[in-house]
Ligand binder design. Structure first.
Ligand code: ATP
Ligand code: MG
Length: 438
């Protein structure tokens, strides 16, 4: 068989329906399962869209073809040509009676991972053989949803007049201080992997772009090994001029609603595979203040003192009370980054917000400081050196409009949308404290 004469399908498995009874079709895909009853061979062919049964009874199918089916082996790549037959006993009430069967590329046996989902495997085993793991329909469904989510996000921004930008991921210094950075060797100097596009997207406000978004990687060297942290994640970031925190919170709410509406239309099959129903949340989302959070959390017996960021225990306690998407507002200025606009009347508090889904933070945002001198003051107050922010600060000297924005973690959002409990399920090849391969 020629290697460059690539066999093509006429249909995906899910396009074949009982009313096509008698029609000739061709399929390509993988051997999902084989059941050999002697006089009849059942083979499940799996492709990107699902599974279809190929049924070969000895009365109708010649022996040579049946033998090829028997010997094909799980997960081998195959080509099947045959006739559609309506059948109440087959999955989806339809099967293929083969007239031609070819093994395009044989799979080695035994497999490092079962792709039917019948044999459970540890996450590490699954991630080591991720290409096989991704063949499972339920794992695959997550990434189809992720695709449609990102699609929907891009459409939303496009329709609302945003300009897509790409900012550098190799940077000279920390964005916000605090968080650990990954150092890299940049010729004879040290550089870092960017933890956020924050400073660059603000500089685009000085450039007069007015509404920008970026969907790109963020790198965080925090040593956390949790179910909701990665060391490389994708952030959906926006920055908007002539806007305050309330304006960008509305954009965030509308985006969440839009994505859920779109997924309910475009991912019916995938949501069903995951057994997930997506309710469209009502807007405006509930807003609770940081002070109220302390009260709720303390009332549940979890210690949280004023001026502390939410611990995991605090998030969990809060999640018992709050059931959907909600904002936490009026944060203490001291625990938010230097670029957040303090409240003019009470500079103790600032115009920052977090968007939560139950006990999970999925986005942080704020109105930003646009006054150069105030920004310098805040940088110093946080024990950072204004010198290392020279180019950023220059952008505030020659006409910087008021602005606000947020960053939404794509994987955290996927956790909220799909209900998976481990963030590693939502990214193809997770990077965490222990894992740098594959
Ligand atoms: P957390 O407190 O949960 O560690 P954070 O407040 O440090 O998050 P931000 O700097 O506010 O995170 O980043 C904005 C968004 O980016 C977060 O709300 C989250 O959705 C996402 N994000 C941040 N860090 C990570 C990470 N390590 N892994 C996955 N997503 C992340
Ligand atoms: Mg945050």
């Amino acid at each position: 068989m020629s290697m460059i004469n690539v066999k093509k399908r006429t249909h995906y498995s899910d396009e074949i329906t009982p009313d096509m009874d008698g029609k000739k079709v061709s399929l390509v895909g993988w051997v999902h399962e084989i059941r050999d009853l002697g006089g009849i061979v059942f083979l499940l062919l799996r492709d990107r869209e699902g599974i279809i049964q190929v049924t070969a009874p000895s009365k109708k199918v010649d022996k040579e073809l049946m033998d090829k089916m028997r010997k094909s082996g799980k997960e081998s790549v195959i080509f099947v040509e045959g006739t559609v037959k309506e059948s109440s006993k087959a999955p989806n009430n339809v099967e293929i009676i083969p007239t031609n069967f070819e093994i395009i590329n044989k799979s080695k046996q035994p497999l490092p991972l079962d792709t039917t989902g019948k044999v459970k495997a540890e996450l590490d085993t699954r991630l080591d053989a991720r290409f096989l793991d991704l063949r499972k329909l339920n794992v695959n469904a997550i990434f189809k949803i992720r695709n449609k989510m990102l699609n929907s996000v891009r459409k939303f921004f496009e329709e609302n007049g945003f300009i897509e930008i790409n900012t550098p991921k190799l940077v000279a210094s920390a964005t916000e201080g605090g968080t650990a950075l990954f150092p890299v060797t940049y010729f004879e100097r040290e550089a870092f992997l960017g933890q956020s596009p924050q400073l660059y997207k603000q500089m685009m406000m000085a450039a007069g772009f007015e509404k920008v978004y970026e969907i790109g990687p963020i790198f965080r060297a925090e040593e956390h090994d949790t179910l909701r942290h990665l060391n490389e994640a994708i952030s959906i970031d926006i920055e908007v001029s002539f806007a305050n925190h309330e304006d960008v919170m509305k954009i965030l709410e509308n985006l969440i609603v839009r994505v859920i509406e779109d997924l309910n239309k475009s991912c019916k099959k995938e949501l069903k595979i995951l057994n997930k129903k997506l309710e469209v949340p009502e807007t405006p989302f509930e807003r609770i203040t940081y002070d109220e959070v302390i009260e709720i959390v303390n009332s549940k017996g979890v210690v949280l003192e004023y001026g502390e960021d939410l611990s995991r225990a605090a998030e969990k306690a809060l999640g018992e009370e709050m059931d959907n998407y909600y904002f936490i507002i009026d944060w203490p200025t001291s625990i938010k980054p230097f670029y957040v606009m303090p409240n003019e009347k009470n500079p103790e508090k600032c115009y920052a917000f977090d968007l939560m889904y139950k006990d999970l933070e999925i986005s942080s945002g704020a109105m930003r400081i646009h006054d150069h001198d105030l920004l310098v003051k805040r940088i110093k107050e946080q024990d950072l050196n204004p010198e290392s922010f020279k180019y950023y600060l220059d952008a505030f000297k020659y006409g910087m409009p008021p602005h606000a924005g947020w960053g939404l973690g794509a994987e955290r959002f996927m956790m909220a949308l799909t209900g998976v409990k481990n963030i590693r399920e939502t990214i193809l090849f997770p990077r965490d404290r222990r894992r740098l391969t594959p």
